[in-house]
Design a protein around this ligand. Sequence first.
Ligand SMILES: Nc1nc2c(ncn2[C@@H]2O[C@H](COP(=O)(O)OP(=O)(O)OP(=O)(O)O)[C@@H](O)[C@H]2O)c(=O)[nH]1
Ligand SMILES: [Mg+2]
Length: 179
Amino acid sequence: MTRPLKLVISGPVGAGKTTFVQTLSETEVIATEAVPSEDIGKPSTTVAFDYGTLRLEDQELHLYGTPGQDRFDFMWDVLAQDALGLVMLVGGHKPRDFPAARGILEYITARHQLPFVLAVTRQDQPGVWRPEDLALYVQLPPHQVIGIDATNRASAATALVRLLEHLPARHDQDVTLLT
Ligand SMILES: Nc1nc2c(ncn2[C@@H]2O[C@H](COP(=O)(O)OP(=O)(O)OP(=O)(O)O)[C@@H](O)[C@H]2O)c(=O)[nH]1
Ligand SMILES: [Mg+2]
């Protein structure tokens, strides 16, 4: 059995981070929602982190969703410690947030060497940005950008499967009985 993989889920306010963790987690999610101190267009926001776990492809995954507001940027750093991968979420309905997504991505990857995928949420809704267009816009290879509906388990899981494809092979299998 391999060790749990710690993955960070980040992205701007309202990108769908909490939804993503809640949709995928097979254990009760620990969430830290609070009423925003300023109007951010929704009644609650993550102030510390979301935490959920699941098994995928025989791998135990621990998901840590970050806050989206940059006044909590220290939490991006805390949560990315020892993480092995990053799912960056951006709302396909909110192109004005694309620069914020890039800012978060640069903040985290400047401090932590993390493979990442960019997942464009709200693909279940009309008129949203498609992953292939966002890949061109942000100049990432098409296989690193994926479209999802964060409210749908099968769809959200495709982002994790894609990220696992980007992780280096892991050789830290627990071999405890070889004495
Ligand atoms: N239809 C649809 N709704 C979504 C999707 N992703 C998120 N939402 C909705 O968007 C709203 C905000 O989602 P959250 O999960 O709270 O966003 P967040 O990224 O955690 O936001 P912060 O914690 O404030 O940074 C919720 O009402 C979700 O149901 C999606 O892919 N499709
Ligand atoms: Mg949240």
